[in-house]
Structure formats: structure tokens, C-alpha cells
Design a protein around this ligand. Structure first.
Ligand code: NAI
Length: 409
């Protein structure tokens, strides 16, 4: 365990919105004890007073971190979003204050992969249709249109974290896996890259989407794409609601060109569990509809708790900003035997020279130096001999353009 300049018992960590207990465990195991937790988000005034002396903040999606709030958080050093998205945080306002924001973009990969796998098995057997009929008292006992997964071809659009996991799991069921990605990707297992998007659509029994939301992926499954889909195929979308054109999917379901679908994400989703879910897909028994829960499992919550708290601890102990979404990313080794000075500054010409002038004037031997910049800020981390570190640290804070500086012993 590395010491920070600050007594760890004095470092206040505030974890809101019922963040998984796995996060508290990570902080405690790393020597942090001043941890305040709350099961929900806090009203603005309470939030302001709770954060007035806080160094680290953990939130999920409900707490809005705005310019107005940041004006009242003078000690805040970093924010952990214990979720995937970071829209709830003003990323520019935190960037110019030198406050890194971390999240856990991939902690729920397995959860999504498992849901898709289960849906694929059920859809190939026609279970959603038979299940809905049975709930109405109908008895659809028949093998027609019921298939095993073994020997079928799965087409994965977007072969990233989730797509690759699904590919591996599907191969274990005996499926042939092909994928389409705009990047050139290493094929795992026996998967093969399709020649083109259209070729994948034409030759897959099940097509599943795992792409991000971009201009290119917007409605990539539109009427024209549906015209290329193998007749009778199954379609799954647990990526983003903008990817599949719902109107075209409805037409393909009506015509029987698509025999079943599973959709977890929608162009318009209810804001809360109290609001009605509106979609023309509600009319189809052969469509599995889930309320954007692809990544929502207890395991994913626990993983998120660990991943984000570990990033906060690493930043606190070692200065590493790796995988921060708003701050220059600097990956740092440990600094045993040296003192480490972390310096955030506005990205203006000449600041690095001024920083190194300070070390020169203090006769401090630089053991290692790391620098990254974004458009607005620079982050420079310097490991120096212990004897001269305190004087240099005090002088660095005086350099015009400095946002904040920390020393780690
Ligand atoms: P990732 O970034 O690891 O993989 C995305 C892949 O899509 C990359 O390989 C990328 O090169 C590829 N790609 C980008 N544009 C493309 C295009 N136009 N055509 C083909 N491939 C393209 O992302 P990850 O973690 O696998 O997530 C995939 C999607 O799943 C994201 O949209 C994410 O928001 C969504 N997601 C949904 C969840 C849910 O609850 N339903 C939970 C977690 C993620």
C-alpha cells in the first residue's frame, strides 16, 4: 500500500445511490476508512453540504454533477460513475478543474452476452410465441419452426467486448460464428469475418447487434438491410435503440421474413418504471421485449463497484488517470523510493518548461516524467528524489496556469 501526502483517514469518500458494497470493501482494503454512503441520490442542498469537504464522489445515473455543484466542492479530487454512462457529469467543468471522471464501460459484458444467448435459444425454439399463447390458454404443441442452435450460423454485428464473448459462448453450443466490424478484428475461436455487412445478413440464421451509437450505426438495420436478411432469420438488438428501424422490423415480422426478435433497447424508452412503455412491437408474441436490462445483474453491479473504486484508489494512491473519460490519460508504475508530484495545468505553451525550471532550480533529479494533454488541460507527473520534493512542490503550485497539484510520498 502506498502512502499519499494526506492521511488516508482524512480522505472523505462519498458513495451515493446505493452503490454496491463491493466498492466500500475495495476502499477499506486499501486503507480508506472515512466513507459516507447513501442509498439514494441527495437533494441539491444536502449534496452541496455533504460534498463541501469530500475528496472522492461515487454516483450512479441520478446525481447531476453540474457547474453549480462543483462551485461548492473545493476538495473534490475525482468522481466515479458506478455505471456505464457519464452524461450526468459536466465533463468539461470537471476537466478544467483537474477532476478526473471514471466509469465502468465493460463490467456488464458477460451479463449482456448471457441474455442474448438465452434469447437466441428461446427464439430458435419459438418459445416466446408458444409461451404467450399458453398464457391465453392456447396449446401450440408442434415441432414446426423449432430448431436447435447446433449447426446454425450466428452473425454478430460489432465484434467488440460483448460481440466476442457471445461468439465464444455460441461456439460452445455448436454454432458457426461470423462477424462484421468496421475495424479489423482478431477472430476468436473458429469465428470468421464476413466479407461484408450484407453478406453477414444474407447468410446468418440469427443476427445480433453489438455496435455503439454513432452516425454510421444509426438505423443500420433499415428497410434496405432487412431486404438482405436471410428469410426466416432471428434478429436481436441489445446495443442501442437507434440501430434497428422499428417500423421495418414490424413489417418483416408481419410478413414472416423475420421469425422472431429480441429487443432490449428502443428509440424511445420510458423515463421511469411508472411510465408506460410504448412500442408497436408490443403487438407481436414472437418478440421478446426487455426494459434495457441487458447489463443489469447483481454480478454486473458488484463488478462495477470493484472496477470504479479500484480506479479511484489507484488515482488517489498513484496518480494514474488511465481510462478517465475527461482528463489526459496517464498510466503510471509505482514510485517506490521517489516522491511523485502530479500537476494539472491549463494547456498553454511553456508550462512544461516552467515546471522543469523549478526542478532544475531545486537541484531535483528527475527519475521519470509522464505528460499527456487534452485540448484544455495538461497533466504532468514527475518522480523526483525525496530530499527536494517539498520545496519543488510548493514552487510548482505558484506557476501561472496551474489548476491543482498533489504530492504522493
Ligand atoms: P465495444 O466498443 O467493445 O464494441 C463495439 C464494436 O462495434 C467495436 O468492435 C467497433 O469497432 C464496432 N463498430 C463500431 N461501429 C461499427 C459499424 N458501423 N459497423 C460494425 N461494427 C462497428 O462495445 P461493447 O461493450 O461490446 O458494447 C456494444 C454495445 O452494447 C454498445 O452500444 C453499448 O452501449 C451496448 N450495451 C448495452 C447494454 C444493455 O443494457 N443493453 C449494456 C452494455 C452495453
Amino acid at each position: 500500500m502506498q502512502a499519499t501526502s494526506f492521511d488516508k483517514a482524512k480522505i472523505k469518500i462519498v458513495l451515493l445511490e446505493g452503490i454496491h458494497a463491493s466498492a466500500v470493501k475495495v476502499f477499506e482494503n486499501s486503507g480508506y476508512s472515512n466513507i459516507v454512503t447513501a442509498p439514494k441520490s441527495l437533494p441539491f442542498d444536502e449534496l452541496k453540504s455533504t460534498l463541501a469537504d469530500a475528496h472522492f464522489l461515487g454516483i450512479r445515473s441520478r446525481t447531476q454533477v453540474t457547474e453549480a455543484l462543483l462551485a461548492h466542492t473545493p476538495k473534490l479530487a475525482a468522481i466515479g460513475c458506478f455505471c456505464i454512462g457519464t452524461n450526468q457529469v459536466d465533463l468539461e467543468a470537471t476537466e478544467v478543474r483537474g477532476i478526473p471522471v471514471f466509469n465502468a464501460p465493460f463490467a456488464n459484458t458477460r451479463s449482456v452476452a448471457e441474455l442474448v444467448l438465452g434469447e437466441m435459444i428461446l427464439l430458435l425454439r419459438g418459445v416466446p410465441l408458444k409461451n404467450a399463447a399458453a398464457h391465453r390458454g392456447e396449446w401450440l404443441k408442434s415441432a414446426i419452426n423449432s430448431f436447435e442452435t447446433r449447426g446454425k450460423t450466428l452473425g454478430i454485428v460489432g465484434y467488440g467486448h460483448i460481440g466476442t464473448q457471445i461468439g465464444i459462448l455460441a461456439e460452445n453450443l455448436g454454432m458457426s460464428v461470423q462477424f462484421y466490424d468496421i475495424e479489423s478484428k482478431l477472430a476468436l475461436g473458429n469465428a470468421v469475418a464476413a466479407d461484408s455487412y450484407h453478406q453477414l445478413l444474407e447468410t446468418s440464421d440469427v443476427v445480433t447487434f453489438h455496435v455503439p451509437e454513432t452516425e454510421q450505426t444509426k438505423l443500420m438495420m433499415n428497410a434496405e438491410a432487412f431486404s438482405h436478411l436471410k428469410k426466416g432469420a432471428i434478429l436481436i438488438n441489445a446495443s442501442r435503440g437507434t440501430v434497428v428501424e422499428i417500423e421495418s422490423l414490424c413489417k418483416a415480422l408481419e410478413s414472416g421474413d423475420v421469425t422472431g426478435a429480441a429487443i432490449d433497447v428502443f428509440p424511445k424508452e420510458p423515463k421511469s418504471n411508472q411510465d408506460e412503455f410504448e412500442s408497436p412491437l408490443r403487438a407481436f408474441d414472437n418478440v421478446i421485449l426487455t426494459p434495457h436490462v441487458g447489463g443489469s445483474t447483481m454480478e454486473a453491479q458488484a463488478n462495477i463497484g470493484i472496477e470504479v473504486s479500484e480506479k479511484l484508489v489507484k488515482y488517489s494512491d498513484n496518480g494514474s488517470t488511465l481510462s478517465s473519460v475527461n482528463i489526459p490519460e496517464v498510466a503510471l508504475p509505482s514510485h517506490a523510493g521517489k516522491h511523485r508530484i502530479c500537476h494539472f495545468h491549463h494547456n498553454e505553451p511553456g508550462i512544461l518548461a516552467k515546471i522543469n525550471d523549478v526542478f532544475y532550480s531545486e537541484n531535483a533529479n528527475i527519475a521519470a516524467q509522464y505528460l499527456q494533454t487534452t485540448k484544455n488541460v495538461g497533466y504532468v507527473v514527475t518522480d523526483i528524489d525525496q530530499s527536494s520534493s517539498n520545496n519543488a512542490f510548493e514552487k510548482l503550485k505558484q506557476i501561472p496556469g496551474t489548476i491543482r497539484s498533489r504530492i504522493l510520498y
